[in-house]
Ligand binder design. Structure first.
Ligand SMILES: [Zn+2]
Length: 479
């Protein structure tokens, strides 16, 4: 199936004169469990403060017949009442996609045919590099398509990487995202390693200084700018520490916390470069003319990529800006004679959030090279693990939406992971990673949810175990 052509996504606009919205479903869940005893459920919202996909303030949730007698419903004139009925559905908080690249959506779902074959993989990388949108109009078109696919997947907030096409930092993805109805963070990507080390930090700090207001936007109310030093194999380690220092100063001045994200411990090639200064990534950096003495002194010291980043990650957390780290496929329990679980200990101490993208991880055959992803051990250790879709490019052929639910379903089918844990990874944990109030992903009376999703199914387990459709409710036809 081809992805849809992007329309200009906009904030849904149901009849504003209707003050009370009643949503009825088969059951309602959040990361704490079911929100009422078995039987049809209903939730009432005061829609006067609705915004984007937030239906308004939650007034009540409970058994449908009780809600029918609630004074806010019973005492409101019928013409000011609205009902959305989803009797065969589980009602869930809208999802948070903690790691995606909406600006690559135009390429469509085209995962590598054989990631284990170096030449096929190199051809795939070339396809992405050459095919990715680079001009502002093309980037905006691609991001709008990604927003459409996200809404179709029940997503109300994203951590979206604003890619540096051609190596240049670019705000077009942020502007487009901010024009649409999703909330979250636009993480502006930059590179800078070896001969390019100084250039990377300069570009990032110049961008930051020039757009300070964008970095202060509340991700609960708009799209905040964040910084995304791309990865330890493309940005020098001192740059990460410098950013951590800058973030601490920024945060100490009372500004909302600077959002920092990166890709970490993604592949064996990254480990080879960082620990041993060898392998395909060194060859690549040499081919770009970036390899120099300073880089040679920073890597090849037997340190795992997580150890290599430890000082920067811990210092960023101490300064109030813990990193959101995408992937973290490479986190073995034993490493070169260190204490067991030393690497997991670093992640915990650094308070990082890990955005795991299971389908992308499988598309790149990461488990074959590095073993199963250790998300459950990370969760057990107290690390905030959330789910991301990565870009549409690495999604399976035929993918026509971008939803962490599809990532959760992969984990449920493969690992039998508990549905409630998966729901938290699709909602509250992603919110925490992006600086969004976690309560916006819960049925809390008096609260304002990011949005409400109806997922066809009888129970949360059947939703996680099935392939049913989902819908972000206020955008769909009401009765
Ligand atoms: Zn990514």
């Amino acid at each position: 199936m081809n992805p849809p052509q992007p329309r200009t996504p906009r904030t849904p606009d149901p009849a504003p004169e209707r003050r009370i919205l009643r949503i009825r479903g088969g059951s309602a869940w959040d990361d704490r469990g079911p929100r009422h005893a078995p039987g049809p459920v209903a939730a009432l919202f005061d829609t006067r403060d609705r915004d984007r996909f937030c239906p308004g303030t939650l007034l009540a949730i409970g058994p449908a017949d009780e809600i029918d007698r609630h004074e806010a419903w019973a005492h409101t004139p019928p013409e000011q009442r609205q009902t959305i009925d989803r009797p065969g559905s589980v009602l869930l908080p809208a999802f948070v996609n903690a790691h995606t690249h909406l600006d690559l959506s135009a390429l469509g779902p085209r995962p590598p045919s054989d990631p284990a074959d170096p030449s096929a993989f190199a051809a795939w990388l070339d396809m992405v590099r050459l095919g990715r949108p680079a001009q502002p109009d093309a980037i905006a078109w691609s991001v709008r398509l990604g927003v459409e696919l996200s809404i179709r997947g029940g997503v109300a907030a994203v951590g979206d990487v604003a890619g540096a096409a051609g190596g240049q930092t670019n705000l077009e993805a942020w502007r487009t995202l901010a024009d649409g109805p999703l909330l979250g963070v636009s993480e502006v990507e930059f590179f800078g390693i070896g001969r390019g080390e100084a250039r990377g930090l300069e570009a990032a700090t110049a961008l930051w200084r020039a757009h300070e207001a964008g970095f202060r936007i509340d991700p609960d109310a708009g799209v905040r700018l964040g910084l995304q030093p791309h990865a330890p194999y493309s940005v020098a380690e001192p740059t990460f520490r410098a950013l951590a220092g800058e973030a601490a100063r920024w945060n100490a001045s009372g500004s909302p916390a600077l959002h920092l994200a990166t890709h970490l411990a993604e592949s064996l090639a990254e480990r080879e470069l960082i620990a041993h200064a060898r392998g395909a990534q060194r060859t690549f950096l040499e081919s770009l003319g970036l390899w120099d003495e300073s880089l040679a002194a920073q890597v090849g010291r037997g340190r795992h990529p997580i150890e290599h980043m430890e000082r920067a990650l811990v210092s960023a957390a101490e300064g109030g800006s813990p990193f959101l780290c995408a992937h973290v496929h490479d986190c073995p329990p034993e490493w070169e004679g260190r204490e067991p679980e030393a690497l997991l200990g670093v992640l915990r101490r650094a308070g990082v959030s890990v955005a795991y993208c299971p389908r992308s991880s499988d598309a790149f055959a990461s488990p074959d090279a590095l073993g199963p992803h250790r998300y459950r051990a990370m969760l057990d250790a107290g690390v905030n693990v959330c789910l991301g879709t990565d870009s549409l490019v690495s999604c399976p052929p035929g993918t026509d939406r971008l939803s962490p639910l599809d990532e959760a379903r992969r984990l449920h089918a493969r690992d039998g992971t508990d549905p409630l844990t998966l729901l938290a990874m699709c909602t509250t944990r992603g919110a925490r990673a992006l600086g969004i109030d976690e309560d916006r992903c819960r049925w809390t009376v008096g609260g304002r949810m990011l949005g409400v999703v109806a997922a066809e199914g009888a129970t949360l387990a059947s939703v996680m175990g099935g392939e049913s459709e989902v819908a972000l409710l206020p955008t769909t036809t009401c009765c």
